[in-house]
Design a binder for this molecule. Structure first.
Ligand code: FES
Length: 110
């Protein structure tokens, strides 16, 4: 599909997830305290909760419902009850704007 502009890096609040829906795919976009931008699937794999309603802690996004924290880098849950990862999306930053293609996910091997 196509890269879609989400917002500018400056518009994205730090340590707070922003929910976007691109081509029907819900994605949580996060700028961490280091200023790095991440995009992971917005739906918790434990209970269909929107992760962007949760809390950014370091390089994780924590589900408010039962506390599973998902790595912003790998999409993997760091603790139970969730045990399935969420997808991690490739991001391109062009002239300070964030672009995401919701059909392109990162290959996470580790
Ligand atoms: S719904 Fe997210 S941890 Fe249970």
């Amino acid at each position: 599909m196509a890269l879609t502009r989400v917002c500018s890096v400056d518009e994205l609040p730090m340590n707070q997830a922003q929910r976007v829906v691109l081509e029907g795919v819900p994605i949580a976009v996060v700028k961490d305290s280091a200023g790095d931008v991440h995009a992971i699937g917005d739906t918790c794999t434990h209970g269909e909760i929107s992760l962007s309603e949760g809390f950014v802690e370091g390089d994780t996004l924590e589900c408010w419902a039962h506390g599973s924290a998902f790595s912003l880098k790998s999409g993997k849950p760091m603790n139970l009850p969730a045990y399935e990862p969420v997808p991690v999306y490739e991001i391109q930053i062009q002239d300070g704007d964030i672009f995401i293609d919701p059909t392109v996910t990162k290959e996470i091997t580790a």
